[in-house]
Ligand binder design. Structure first.
Ligand code: SF4
Length: 227
């Protein structure tokens, strides 16, 4: 069966938000987590996505920016919601889109490992939002346990070039502390990850950076908020 992408929106001409160059965010409907301060609750509250795309339909829509992607080293960012719910679609999209386009993923990794395996070689950059590595904090904030996240992190650190993975570690008021953030970063460093983005959530209106401790050279790796 042809894979489809149930979307809560497509946002064009993003610069310096979520990856190199000019990007288009394709945000998927659905998420296995229930974060207390979700940026895009419409991805699981509404019963219907805004639109459903076949690979060719999405390709046609985003190709309008082909020249920008090719000139700036940009491309498509799959976010959401949880884009790994659409791993088959992303894999098919990679086969269909120009080879020069960069494909990135903004994911919490809270899915079965087989979904990540399907796309790990199709993606150029991974933006991973781990919330917190402490299982109790994670459970309190997301309403789920972080077993799948841990398994996927172990896989990703070997399956992808750590230079192409940035791990976001939020400070979430009422749930963790700066010390917890540092603990999470230390655990991830010991696993082999090298790029981190520690930031403070603005729980009402997105997030504001207070200290980028990554070495990615970017001001912001963007949020999953569709803007
Ligand atoms: S992972 Fe993102 S989309 Fe899913 S519940 Fe959390 S904030 Fe919302």
């Amino acid at each position: 069966m042809e894979p489809v992408f149930h979307s809560i929106g497509v946002s064009r001409l993003r610069i310096g938000v979520d990856g190199e160059g000019v990007t288009t965010l394709a945000a998927g409907h659905g998420c296995p987590l229930r974060c207390r301060y979700c940026l895009n609750p419409q991805c699981f509250r509404s019963t219907k996505p805004l639109r459903t795309y076949t690979v060719q339909e999405l390709l046609r829509e985003v190709s309008i920016d082909d020249l920008y992607f090719q000139a700036t080293g940009g491309g498509i960012v799959f976010g959401g919601g949880e884009p790994l719910l659409y791993a088959d679609f992303i894999h098919a999209f990679r086969q269909a889109c120009p080879a020069e386009w960069k494909l990135s993923l903004e994911s919490s990794l809270a899915v079965d490992r087989k979904e990540l395996v399907k796309v790990v070689n199709d993606l150029d950059f991974f933006l991973i939002d781990i919330k917190d590595m402490n299982p109790e904090i994670y459970q309190a904030y997301t309403g789920r346990d972080n077993q799948k996240v841990l398994l996927n992190l172990e896989y990703l650190v070997h399956a992808a070039d750590p230079e192409h993975v940035c791990i976001r570690i939020p400070l979430i008021e009422g749930f963790n502390t700066e010390k917890d953030q540092e603990k999470s970063r230390d655990i991830l460093r010991n696993m082999g990850f090298i790029k981190f983005d520690l930031f403070r959530y603005d729980t009402g209106r997105g997030k504001e950076k207070y200290g980028n401790q990554s070495d990615t050279g970017k001001d912001d790796h963007g949020s999953q908020r569709l803007r």
